[in-house]
Design a protein around this ligand. Sequence first.
Ligand code: FAD
Ligand code: SF4
Length: 322
Amino acid sequence: MLPKFTYVRPTTVNEALAVLNDRPALVHGGGTDLLGCLREGVFSADTLVSLSSINELKGIRQATDGGLRIGALATVAEIATSEAVASRYTALTEAASAVASPQLRNQGTIGGNLCQKPRCWYYRGHFDCLRKGGDLCYAFEGENQYHCIFGGDMCYIVHPSDTAPAALGAVCRVSGPAASRSVAVESFHVPPTEDPQRETVLAPDEIVTEIVLPAPSPGLRSSYRKVRTRGAWDFALAGVALAIVFDGDTVRSARIFLSGAAPVPWRSKAAEEAIVGTTLDTTTINSAAAATVEGAEPLSQNGYKVALFEGLMKEQLEAISG
Ligand SMILES: Cc1cc2nc3c(=O)[nH]c(=O)nc-3n(C[C@H](O)[C@H](O)[C@H](O)COP(=O)(O)OP(=O)(O)OC[C@H]3O[C@@H](n4cnc5c(N)ncnc54)[C@H](O)[C@@H]3O)c2cc1C
Ligand code: SF4
């Protein structure tokens, strides 16, 4: 059952920030993740600050430098179906289209997608695990088939967002009571090595207001694909986001992120280095796929992810090489 809480619906960002500054409260975007957590008792809240009536957080707009500004309240469905996104940021369109089900995409926002809580079943269940302030990670020696193969330390979640790894090169605009700041999406999530009880760099009284995508470089091709257990809707077992800038047939630069791999969207610099300056022939693609999983540290039940990531990377690089 959903516990009782006070529900506040401000109409401006400043009003929302004033409430967050005034008392302990949680931000409510579309509620597809938050309300489930409250209902299941993962955490509690005395006050919810709904963003739904703040018009300045809505919509997708052209930036003056040729990039795109996506309001934090833009729904995942709006992004998946936006022509402005699809014409330049294929990876983001493909990622948004792969989120959950049509109903959840219509309700869930991009701000909430970036800030959502982990899906680890111990965390979501009645276990006082390390991420919830306890002493132990139950997944480490327990049921860990969907957990991470990179970046695990004390906590072994995988970051659940599909859009974060595919927002390649984007920046989050964040507002707090004192000031606004920009945080690269790449630096927005907190690894357990830094703090196993935080998912993002946001302070409790800060709000994501928009996601700013840079103007695409000439020659950019991008893609996102995830493998999941069910076709209908499911989180990524393994996902690959590519943003590759080609100069003719040669790879001039590359950004490669993995989902379903690590507690944060995981940048594979080894795969990037393996392809930059090459023409993505078969030998290079095989080396890059092997480099992707170098250093992986699977747990007792998720060793299958190593081969899955290697195969997926190979397929995605073959597809993007045209
Ligand atoms: C059945 C199911 C399947 C799902 N499948 C997927 C999937 O395949 N891929 C995927 O990526 N996600 C998936 N999700 C997760 C998630 O619900 C959606 O991704 C959605 O986009 C979350 O957005 P929301 O607006 O509903 O977030 P909310 O539930 O409103 O909020 C989520 C969290 O973000 C915080 N928050 C929200 N907006 C802001 C903001 N602007 N600033 C600061 N903090 C904020 C909230 O306080 C809360 O902690 C799934 C969820 C469910 C229930
Ligand atoms: S993986 Fe993280 S969230 Fe899951 S049980 Fe371990 S500490 Fe908790």
